[in-house]
Structures are given as structure tokens and as C-alpha cells.
Design a protein around this ligand. Sequence first.
Ligand SMILES: [Zn+2]
Length: 388
Amino acid sequence: MEIQSWWLLALPFFFGLGWIAARIDIKHLLSESRALPRSYFKGLNFLMNEQPDKAIEAFVDVIKVEPQTIELHFALGSLFRRRGEITRAIRMHQSLLERDDLDESQKRYTLFEIAQDYLKAGLLDRAEESFVKLEGTEYAEASLRFLLEIYEQEKDWLKAVETARQLAKVTGQSYQKEIAHFYCELASHEMMNSKTSDAKVHLEDALSVHRRCVRSNVLLGDLEANLGNHDEAIAAWKRIESQSPDHLSLVSSKMLDAYEKLGRFEEGLTLIKGYLSTYPSVELLNVVFDAELKANGVESAYHMVRDELRKHPSLLGLDRLLEAQLMEAPLERRKDLELIKNLVHQHAQNLSQYRCENCGFNARQFYWHCPACGGWETFPPRQSEERK
Ligand SMILES: [Zn+2]
């Protein structure tokens, strides 16, 4: 009985406390909202209705009245950049950097923002300079990613290697594949300038970073073949089988040329035919067909492609089969065959495209570095027809 009456007294007391607390909160909110200009809410409203242009206008009005609102400057700066108004974004961030009422963390944030403005504006030197300054800050990791993008754009591969190494350390992720490609880029550059020994060093570096780097063996083979060392070239290309057999199609034609130069074309053809039976692909079929045609004539090429087509039906195989048939067809059948062949050929060509696994970009040629999304080794060495 005693406990119940005590509660009866205590309840209104706590209720009263809650009421006072709520009133204080509401009063605080009201005073804050009264302090904010109407344009601020207009701007917010536009933003929520996805009308960033009108939002920008409204926020610019707020800044005119309340120039001390730093956070709003930040928001506007990034809005400008997103809208592609880079000059306005840069001006906004520059004026912030010139202010002396920014604390250290706000200064770092502004630097990070202006660096992105410069990058978007294509002012790579200035972007690089700003991102480098952010080393050791909370923006270090993001800055390193942007720096890597910059060095890739500038084709400054040594700096790209260094940055990727730092990124691997910071993030704990592997950048082996990318680093190996940067060394391959360096090697390609040296090869173009006939600096063979420098190129070789880069290719060895690539393989030591990433043992499965197919591209280094492709390039090493090219390098040896250019020097006339066809045996060494073949040896380098053969190593691709243990790395990624699918990529053999990229070098099979070059391998045959090297064997031919050594006077051992038949040996080369037997090797590539062996690849075709172990790792069937339309690319290898194409190479074998041309080689067979050249070495042993239409009849032999026809039988080869027919057998292959039975095992692995493909449009490109059919295209080559019709090609062989057309060569031997009597004059009266030739017109009909040609009509069918052209149709099949056109369709096979449309399907024969490499496709980036990262962004879906289609290309007639094979790329190690996707021109659309910038991914490294995102193109499988097989064309669309087979993947489907
Ligand atoms: Zn891509």
C-alpha cells in the first residue's frame, strides 16, 4: 500500500521533468531555425527534388547573407563539381583555402576537394600536387587512388608502380597484377625505342611481381622475335600455356611465323593443332585453318575445320568451312554458296568481339587495359561468340 502511494507522487514529477526537457529542445530548435535564412530551406527543398541547379542558386543566396557558413561552402563546392561547373567549384574551394577561420581538418578537407576539382578539370599537375600533400592524413588512401589514376593517364609508369605499392600497404589489397602491367608498359616503351636490355629488365620485374603475368611472356617473345631469336621467342610464348592457356590464341599466329622462319613450319602447325585439341577456341581454329590451307591445301583445311565443327559447333567455324567449300565449288554452285557464306560471315564478324568483364565495353581488338573503364586485364582472350 505504501509503495503504491509513493509511485502516485513520483509519476507526475517525472512527467513534469520530461515536459520541461521537451520544451527546452523545441525552443533550441526554433531559435536555430530562425537563425537560418529561408533560402537555405529553399535550397534543401530543391536538392531533395533533384533540382541541383535551383539548389545552387538558393545556397549562393544564403552565402551572400551568411558568408561564415563554411559547411555550406563545402556542400556548394561539391555540388558545382558534380554539375560539371568546375571553374566555380575551384573558385569556391580556393576562396575557402584563403580564409583564416578554417581549422586544420577543414583545410585538409578543402584541399582534398580542390584536388578532385583539378583532376576533373584535367589540370593533372595541380591535382597531383594537392593529393601528394594529403599523404599521412585521413584522405591518404583516397588520394593514393586518385594519384594512381593520374599517373596512369600521364603514362608515368614508375610513379604508378610506387603508388600501387603504397596502396597495397595501406589497404592490404593485392596490386601485383597492376604493378606487373605497369612494368610491361615500361617494357613496351623501351622496346619501341629499341632499348632491348632495359625492356628485358622490366619484363623480369613484371614476372617477379606477378608470376602469372601472361603479358610479360607475350612481350618477351615479341622482343626475342624482333631480334631474330626465334627459338627464344617460341620458348617465351610456350610458357603462356602454364600461365593461362586461353591466352595462347594471342600468340599462336606469331608462333607459327617464328617456326616458319626457322624452317620448321610443320612442327609449329602440329604444336598449334595440339593446343586447339586441348584448349578449343575459335581464335585457335582460325589460325590453324589458315596454316592448314597454306601448308596442305583446301582439301585438308576443309576436313580439319569440319572435324572441329562437329566437336565444337561455332559460327566462325561454319564461316571457315563455307570458305573452304567455296574455293572448290563448281561455278554453278558458287553464287548460292557465296550468298550463304556472306551472311554467315557478317554474323560471325558481328559476334567476334572482345568484351570487358568489368564494364561491358565491346572491342574488335584485344586490350590489356580497358579504354573505357581503365581496368587491367579485364578482357578475356575469347571473343563474344564463344562466351555465349
Ligand atoms: Zn572496361
